[in-house]
Design a protein. Sequence first.
Lengths: 275, 271, 284
Amino acid sequence: MDSVQVARAHIEESVPILEIRELSKSYSIAGGERPVLGGITLDVFSGEFVCIVGPSGAGKTTLLRCIAGLLAPSGGAVLLEGQPVNEPPAKLAVVFQDYSRSLMPWMSVTQNVALPLRSKGYGKREQATRSKDALAAVGLTAAATQYPWQLSGGMQQRVAIARALAYEPEALIMDEPFASVDAQTRSDLEDLILSVRDKLGVTVLLVTHDIDESVYLADRVIVISGSPTRVREEIVVDLPSPRDQVSTKLLPRFSELRAHVMTLIREDRAHRLSD
Amino acid sequence: MAFSSPVSRRRLGIRPIRPLYVVAEIAVPSGLVALWWVLSKSSTSLYFPPLSQILSSFHKVWLFHDFKADAVPSLENLALGYLAAAIIGIAVGVALGLVPLLSDAVAPALEFLRAIPGVALVPAALLLFGIGPEMKIALIAYGTIWPILLNTVDGIRGLDRVAGDVAASYRIRQRDRLFRIVLPAASPQIVAGMRTALSIGITIIIFSEMVGSTNGIGFQILSAQRNFAVPDMWAGIVLLGILGYLLNLAFRGFEYYLLRWHRGMRQIAGN
Amino acid sequence: MGINAVLTERQDATLTPPRRRRRRAPRSRGAHIGYRIIATAIALLLWQLAVVSGIASASAVASPTSIVRVAGPLLSSAQFGTALTDTIMSWAEGLFVSLLIAIPAGILLGTSDLAYRMSRFTIDFLRTIPPVALIPLALLLYGATPKMAFALIVFGSVWPLLLQSMYGVHQVDPAARDVARSYRLSRMDRARFIVLPSAAPFVATGIRLAATISLLLAVGSEIIGGAPGIGNAITLQNQAGNVPAMWVYIVVSAVLGVVANLALIGLERRVLKWHSAHRSADVA
């Protein structure tokens, strides 16, 4: 088997863990309806790393909130393991873009990571163990007793990722998680999330506006168009695994995929501007 | 994967203490007191007696002769009224804050009630309760509850959207949501309300003692004035200045402890 | 540290209600007003019931209906007009003079780091003296006259305004200061375009605080000192046993406070519309 097939061996092609069917969302404003999502259909398979990439605008976050059960769609459905998502499901964990607001500043790093575990019903000792393991997985064992605001941006986002991991979800949803950190930290975090996915086998759905990031991370890139947001194209990323910031990005195939995505987005932007 | 080193002292906003500034901070108040002493030394004015006289009055009256009879009741009544207002204000404020429809609807009524100057209610309170501790406690409770209640509502309603998202998406149970997310997030606002309430409370206790009371610091100052015992009057004013400052200091200590995280967070953001 | 004491005050800017899981259609403005009217009506009804049933003694608390009944003739009487004018005049005069003193002094003190540090403790201490404590002194010096109220108001409202102005100037964004220096702005320009606008929101809050305090002190000195005005009218009506009339005056004093606050906020919004507190709330 070549490296691409090896890479995709762990993905169970026949089991979509997340099914999104004709998802649409409009807001009523003075004078009618403003459609934001215009009927999105896609599947995410167990163990996959899917990146949704598109131009900056209202659509991506709205889509993510609908998938995460934080927003009720106007039409269509989201199914997690066959069950309809009407409220935030227990098997989904979200990592938000703004780490400074998603972490609670009055709690230490460990307390932040353990917060959802209390509600899950774990006892104190269980919470402590799981938090410790999660922090170790993101390399933050030394920062366990510090407060989020004492840490750098990249470290804070790691805490948020640790919290999501401790929650033991089936799927991890990430909303432009690395957009607010500097480029070098971003590379570190990208590699972190890849290694987490490889070690723990969790499914990841990541939304980003960074084309390079989407191609680097994903098994599949889903390009969405501007408003109303629709799926433009699904691109299988046949790059070898494990990915590396230097060698993978040197591959000609990387440039091709990147160019392809960039072209789609440019076309879409030109198309919208000409309207 | 290496992670960045922990934050340095500088980043935590601890500025080096310059000796000049410390000296300056002490110098001005001490200088002013010394100036007062010197200027009033040979004063024959009825209204502005020498500082030495004021201090000896202070010693005679407040240390500790009248302290028990006047200062303690004042402080007790203030404490009881304030505590009642804090407990009820925060509880009701939380309830209202969690139901935005309700807090929106009662907002104008509450704002109006808050706008009634506590001093304007003293005559009515006297009619209702007569002279006695109940009148003062009730009035202080009334005057101090509004900033606490309204600030609590604001604090609860103003919960960061992302924090709310986290609570929802991680399915945090209701009790934890209230006590571990909503209330801590609102605490800076609530404490600000409590601070405003403290100064209102002090104003009301002194004022109500001047209008209708047979004891209390306010009563003591006013009756000293009526009897033209001017140094005694000044001694009472000095006591109030000191007590007011100490109460503020105590509150600041409480705030310091409760909102450590908030302070740390803002210092980092400020840098 | 004590500076912060006067700063954080209840914001009147638009609140962002907690995000709901289900996004409902935004409620129309009419519905909002409707709920408020209903709630206020219920509150008035409860008040009426409390007095009528005796829970709130009618010898101290007047029911809304009796207040309205008495208000008609009272509000149009000359006696009311005089009392109202007296209070407003002493309130306005005292407040105005405090502004004249406190704002320039605060700006000067805030500009120099050394001066700021030197005066901070003293001003902080003086601020915590309850102004009502000085009522007996003011009575001694001026008797039961408008002058007494004036002196008290000025003393009481100068401190928060002074502190706010000092802090406002002191906290000018270092980045803005750097811009001024690197473009070599003159001192006048720096003051006009960087320092003053930056300090303006704090000064505005200070003015609102001072307005509330000075109203309280105006009414308070009228009640104790007998200076003419609403407070004095409250005492007189109280002594005459006209409970509803007394409550009319109490309500009027509250209305004064509300009107002044709204007016100041409106003015602040217009003058400071560039400030983030008055920009429309973020739609995340």
